[in-house]
Ligand binder design. Structure first.
Ligand SMILES: *Cc1c(COP(=O)(O)O)cnc(C)c1O
Length: 445
């Protein structure tokens, strides 16, 4: 077959006469036809266009479909990292998604008191659940935990001083640095202690008439080992209450279940911090809580009230889908069903031998091997901690190329490369996704 020359390509108008393109939105199809023809012209000039003239309508059609396809799409997380910051953190439970759908497809009582038939507050929708679960007097929801910390500092300490340990001036990632948030809140930072050792007395000695809060920040994503010391929450509560100051605890992940039950080290729990007497505790909705992106602040009623009235609150309030999904997530904890219903806990709680037999079934279908491996919780929780897991190991001439083609599968599969092999770790794959994973991988081979 003689190579096509640019002169043989049709005009845009001619190409658009094709029946398969007539029903597509005019502007989109014209644009796509121009692009496809431009590319074909370039390629034919340079001596290689891997298509025939008959392919042109299909190429235009595919381009139009691609233009309007959702850019945000579901992927299969075979990386083994349960709370994967780049893959949307916590997957939501069915109940949470159902609640969001119910609230989103129609109207809702978002700010309407059904009893009184008048204006209500969105903030009351989840406060009862938060109070029950954490033992706090009151609670509040923001758009995310970064916003929660910004709000707390702005409301309690603007124009005054906040005292924090040098060992806790952390960067969480994605540009969230505690010292920057403090500056942004108009709070003067008073650093105490040293990088590795800080004592309650360091806080006490730094208190002046201008001190507004004592701040404690969980080292979510790094480990300090060796000659280290940080005051306990209880010691800081004691200092704070002796001086009539609020103690704010940014817990980051904020577990409501005890991680030691799953062979992991202890992740600080919200209930424990509240029980110790912390004034305000802030944590994320989409880390170990396993809900939607949100920031949650629980604590003393007077301070929560102050936050609720702060002008920033309007700018960082959660939307109805978030509140619906969060409410359903919290309700699972109240019923004692979190471990069975909430995906992050289902994944963390799955015994390794269950992952092994699931990996074996998938490997059998693909003609591959299984290997024992280690998975991580991730997402700024339990740094350095891993759980035993099992993976399907795919051999390839180029592991990098195979991983790349898995990312182009439908749905895309995000795998991990280890020792020149591509591993599909089952830890963050739900059992109901096994078939989909096997088919997606098979389609690339
Ligand atoms: C993750 C984290 C944040 C930020 O929370 P987002 O919900 O991601 O905004 C703040 N502080 C700590 C300690 C964290 O671990």
């Amino acid at each position: 077959m003689a190579a096509l020359t640019p002169r043989e390509l049709p005009s845009v108008d001619r190409l658009l006469q094709d029946d398969s393109l007539k029903t597509l939105p005019h502007d989109l199809v014209v644009h796509a036809a121009r692009e496809v023809l431009d590319e074909a012209r370039q390629a034919t000039k340079n001596g290689g266009w891997p298509h025939a003239l008959d392919d042109l309508p299909r190429l235009v059609h595919e381009r139009v479909v691609r233009e309007t396809a959702p850019r945000l799409k579901a992927v299969l997380n075979a990386s083994g990292v349960v709370i994967h910051t780049n893959l949307g953190r916590a997957p939501l439970s069915r109940a949470a998604m159902q609640a969001a759908q119910d609230a989103g497809l129609g109207y809702s009582n978002l700010e309407y008191d059904l009893g009184e038939g008048e204006r209500g507050s969105r903030h009351n929708l989840v406060t009862d659940l938060l109070k029950r679960l954490t033992g706090a007097e009151d609670g509040l929801v923001t758009n995310n935990n970064a916003a929660a910390v910004l709000l707390v500092l702005s409301a309690l300490a603007q124009g005054r001083e906040a005292i924090i340990s040098r060992g806790q001036l952390v960067e969480i990632g994605g540009g969230f640095r505690i010292p920057d948030v403090m500056r942004q809140s108009g709070v003067s930072l008073v650093e105490v202690g040293t990088t590795n050792r800080t004592y309650a007395a360091d806080f006490e000695n730094a208190i002046t008439p201008n001190t507004a809060v004592l701040l404690k920040v969980h080292a979510s994503n790094f480990l300090q080992v060796g000659f280290i010391h940080q005051p306990t929450g209880q010691e800081l509560v004691d200092v704070a209450s002796r001086h009539g100051l609020p103690l704010v605890d940014d817990l980051g992940s904020g577990a409501l279940l005890d991680t030691t039950r799953f062979g992991l080290t202890h992740e600080p729990m919200v209930q424990t911090s509240i029980a110790a007497g912390t004034t305000l505790v802030a944590f994320s909705g989409d880390k170990l809580l396993g809900g939607p992106q949100a920031g949650i602040i629980v604590g003393r009623a007077a301070e929560i009230g102050q936050l609720r009235r702060h002008p920033l609150m309007r700018a960082i309030r959660p939307d109805k889908l978030t509140l619906a999904a969060l409410g359903a997530t919290l309700a699972a904890y109240v019923r004692g069903d979190a471990e069975r219903e909430i995906p992050v806990w289902r994944m963390i709680a799955t015994p390794s031998d269950v992952l092994r037999s699931r990996a074996e079934a998938i490997a059998h279908g693909l003609g591959a091997e299984v290997v024992e491996t280690r998975s991580a919780v991730g997402g700024g929780s339990l740094p350095g901690q891993t759980q035993s897991s099992w993976a399907v190991a795919l051999e390839a001439n180029s592991a990098k190329a195979l991983a790349a083609s898995l990312r182009q599968a439908d749905p895309p599969v995000i795998a991990r490369i280890e020792d020149d092999r591509v591993l599909l770790d089952l830890r963050a794959i739900l059992p109901e996704q096994d078939g989909q994973l096997e088919r997606a991988v098979a389609s690339t081979r």
